[in-house]
Design a protein around this ligand. Sequence first.
Ligand SMILES: O=C(O)[C@H](O)COP(=O)(O)O
Length: 346
Amino acid sequence: MANAVFHQAIWILPSHHLQNSGIHQEFGNVSVKSISKGFKFDLGLSMSRNGGYSSSKGNSFAVEASTSQNSVVDPISAPSNTSSNEFQKKSSEAALILIRHGESLWNEKNLFTGCVDVPLTKKGVEEAIEAGKRISNIPVDIIYTSSLIRAKMTAMLAMTQHRRRKVPIIMHNESEQARAWSQIFSEDTMRQCIPVITAWQLNERMYGELQGLNKQETADRFGKEKVHEWRRSYDIPPPNGESLEMCAERAVAYFKDQIETQLRSGKHVMIAAHGNSLRSIIMYLDKLTSQEVISLELSTGIPMLYIFKEGRFSRRGSPAGPTEAGVYAYTRRLAQYRQKLDEMLH
Ligand SMILES: O=C(O)[C@H](O)COP(=O)(O)O
């Protein structure tokens, strides 16, 4: 069966809409004059029936004005005398930030959570804000989160700390109407937004019949070794749940199809997800073996930075150190971005 493709993540302003609609004149401080020609913001993505996203405009995530074909670029990211397309071609480097969500109410209670949709604790909120401070100087053009609230909360709270002060906006693609009703009608406002794509493929591994059970009690009942095998082995699933391998089949496939595509086009990406969906992605990025991944543990609310350059990922650290400088080895490009933020904000 042909894979039906639904256009998604498009913010469109048909020119007739403005002329005909009674809504207008002012959106906050933004005058409709600036958009009176009508334009289309196309984030270049489509969603297929199986829930995957594919690019409808090649690899580009450029937000384009259909009348002029000029991309809406972040003036801080791009050198002023270089057009966005040229910049993206020259830019062979993009930042990738991974964050495991902050502590959830079930992490606090030591319960297996998996795909159960549990929010953050107060400590989790604080961890997310702290994570945001650590990445506040690193560019972010697009955010991916799982569909679970703990990852979404973490991404949103982290972005409250970002010095660029762009607004993360969740893309609603669940129906044609949801897309239509969440359009944005100002190019200026669009420039100050970061699209947030939620994807179930980034959800925590499905923990099967362990979901809701206490981890300590489960270890007492089935034995520490068995439970460790369920939690950390690569290919042994918990009862009726997903092994890490099964989780990787969807999470890494999504990463390769969708997220790597953004990185290749020069977009800086943040992913807020989960202990095991991120372990599977890190296994891919760091080329870990199924033995090595057993000892990979991720703490809640800790951001990790990778640089994607010439088709390769290199880990630039995670904030184990007390200061940002001691944490991330900035590339020249990231240092320039930071310097521009300093100039803009002082
Ligand atoms: O789903 C859970 O319980 C946690 O988010 C991850 O649990 P784990 O450390 O047991 O894999």
